[in-house]
Design a protein around this ligand. Structure first.
Ligand SMILES: NC(=O)C1=CN([C@@H]2O[C@H](COP(=O)(O)OP(=O)(O)OC[C@H]3O[C@@H](n4cnc5c(N)ncnc54)[C@H](OP(=O)(O)O)[C@@H]3O)[C@@H](O)[C@H]2O)C=CC1
Ligand SMILES: O=C(O)C1=N[C@H](C(=O)O)C[C@H](O)C1
Length: 266
């Protein structure tokens, strides 16, 4: 399987290039960066710090469309949509890890998934996907008697908030509690907020230093608190998940899939 990585010099791009080079199932078909980047023309492996791979970084996905089977995209919403349009037109499979998409942007992405297989997940680690199952179980047992709060921490460079994972956790919690996240979510608190309402789901965000990604959900009531937490200490956990998804997608029909499908957790 030939893999293309767009956003090749980003935090996830470099990790993905390393993961591909260590994988027995795939090879690096293409590496793409932004037009004007000083890295265009450089060797992707040398850029990632793992030695020469013989793949030159290019500035156009369209120009290397014949060089790969699956595109792995951890970039930014508008760019991901542009890439999905091209992949759909050329029947190229896609693994999307980009977060921060609006509902409208998600709808556009889902439209392209009618033409080609797309796996879209805010978090590709096995641990977070297991955590989503644990959260559903905990919420359905604890019900409305417990206050639910989602707390997340990431590195100082992260541009979207709350994280895609925190929002995915919120969706799972709301579903298990028969609530609509759009109606019950409270994002941050400041000033005279009034007392907490029983059915709200709160989100708190920390941005600091080099934190890879930490998520914690509190279920709290009078007399006790349960915490379910996941801490990523290396981006390699996301990169390995993305490659697992790419491999899994190879024999799938056009459609929208998520990491729970890939891991058989549905
Ligand atoms: N689903 C998951 O498991 C995970 C998802 N993510 C998500 O992945 C996304 C990326 O995260 P991260 O790697 O930290 O971000 P980075 O900013 O480090 O990486 C994005 C890369 O895309 C490049 N880029 C920008 N424009 C273009 C373009 N037109 N063509 C090609 N490349 C371009 C950027 O270049 P430049 O810097 O020059 O602009 C940068 O190198 C985020 O949305 C994040 O939340 C992250 C980790 C795990
Ligand atoms: O931007 C990141 O770094 C991460 N983003 C994802 C998210 O928004 O949930 C996943 C992971 O936590 C790292």
């Amino acid at each position: 399987m030939r893999v293309a990585i767009i956003g090749a010099s980003g935090r996830m791009g470099r990790t993905l290039i390393t993961a591909v080079s260590e994988s027995e199932n795939c090879t690096l078909g293409a590496a793409i960066e932004k037009e004007g980047s000083s890295l265009i023309g450089a060797d992707a492996g040398e850029m990632a710090g793992i030695g020469k791979l013989g793949v030159t970084i290019v500035d156009s996905l369209a120009a290397c469309i014949g060089d790969f089977d699956v595109l792995i995209d951890f970039t930014m919403p508008q760019l991901t949509l542009k890439n999905a349009e091209l992949c759909a037109a050329h029947q190229k499979t896609m693994v999307v890890g980009t977060t921060g998409l609006t509902d409208d942007e998600k709808a556009v992405l889902y439209g392209f998934a009618k033409q080609t297989p797309i796996m879209f997940s805010a978090n590709m680690s096995v641990g977070v996907n297991l955590t989503l199952k644990l959260l559903a179980t905990a919420a359905s047992i604890l019900g409305d008697d417990y206050d639910v709060e989602v707390i997340e921490a990431h590195h100082r460079h992260k541009v979207d908030s709350p994280s895609g994972t925190a929002l995915a956790m919120g969706e799972v919690l709301a579903k298990a509690l028969n609530r609509d996240l759009k109606e019950c979510a409270v994002y941050g608190r400041e000033g005279q907020t009034g007392a907490r309402t029983r059915k709200e789901i709160g989100f708190e965000t920390i941005r600091a230093g080099d934190v890879v990604g930490e998520h914690s959900v509190w279920f709290a009531t009078e007399g006790e608190r349960i915490e379910i937490a996941h801490k990523a200490s290396s981006r390699m956990t996301f990169a390995k998940g993305a490659l697992r998804a790419a491999y899994w997608l190879a024999d799938k029909e056009a459609g929208l899939y998520d990491m729970q499908d890939v891991l058989g957790l549905k």
